[in-house]
Design a protein around this ligand. Structure first.
Ligand code: SF4
Ligand code: SF4
Length: 200
């Protein structure tokens, strides 16, 4: 290497070093995108549509909309859902199948959402609560209807029987009968008189 080649190589090295420092300097002032989990748990933003686990939709009064139709159980491709039902008496005297336990195994769920789409009453949905790590597989099997199932409403009281109305027809008969009898009797009484008059 002669002196000229030496200086060319030296300037190339310095140019490369400046370029590398330029990239490093840019990254120093660029906003960070790395999530510092779990330190940032309070500010962590998980997309609303992220499918973390299946859950029941309860209203403010603790009612859910599951009618135990088993549509979701049939739609699930890998038997993740198991539904236990029981028969209850209705106020009208008929019987109805009611949900007892809705069992969901998070460990075998593929998050395909077929169960949610097949539900006719929108009784289930996916939560985006992604912190589902447990130490035992059995802990991944959950009962989704975790609130006590409510009883069927008591039968409505039977309407009071109306006060017995007087039987008009019967009364008329009872009133008329004596009149007729009297009239008949009067006729009968009159007959001999007339007949007597005619005879005289
Ligand atoms: S998301 Fe798919 S795999 Fe999971 S319970 Fe629903 S139907 Fe089954
Ligand atoms: S969650 Fe929906 S589809 Fe499943 S049993 Fe209940 S009502 Fe039927």
């Amino acid at each position: 290497m002669n002196i000229q080649e030496y200086f060319v190589s030296l300037f190339k090295g310095i140019h490369s070093l400046i370029k590398g420092m330029e990239v490093t300097g840019k990254e120093l002032v660029t906003p960070k995108v790395t999530e510092q989990y779990p330190e940032n748990r309070a500010t962590l933003k998980i997309p609303d549509r992220f499918r973390a686990t299946l859950q029941f939709v309860y209203d403010e009064e603790g009612n859910h909309k599951c009618i135990a139709c088993r549509s979701c159980e049939r739609a699930c491709p890998n038997g993740t859902i198991h539904i236990d039902t029981r028969m209850v008496d209705l106020p009208n005297g008929k019987k109805k199948q009611k949900l007892d336990k809705y069992i969901y195994d998070l460990g075998s769920c593929t998050f395909c959402s077929l169960c949610v789409q097949s539900c006719p009453t929108n009784a289930i949905e996916f939560s985006n609560d992604f912190e589902q790590a447990v130490f035992r597989r059995e802990a991944l099997v959950k009962q989704l209807n975790y609130l006590p199932e409510k009883d069927e409403p008591a039968p409505a009281p039977a309407p009071a029987a109306p006060a017995e109305a007087p039987d008009k027809a019967t009364d008329e008969k009872t009133v008329e009968k004596p009149a007729v009898k009297v009239a008949v009797k009067a006729d009968d009484a009159a007959k001999p008189a007339n007949e007597n008059q005619e005879n005289q």
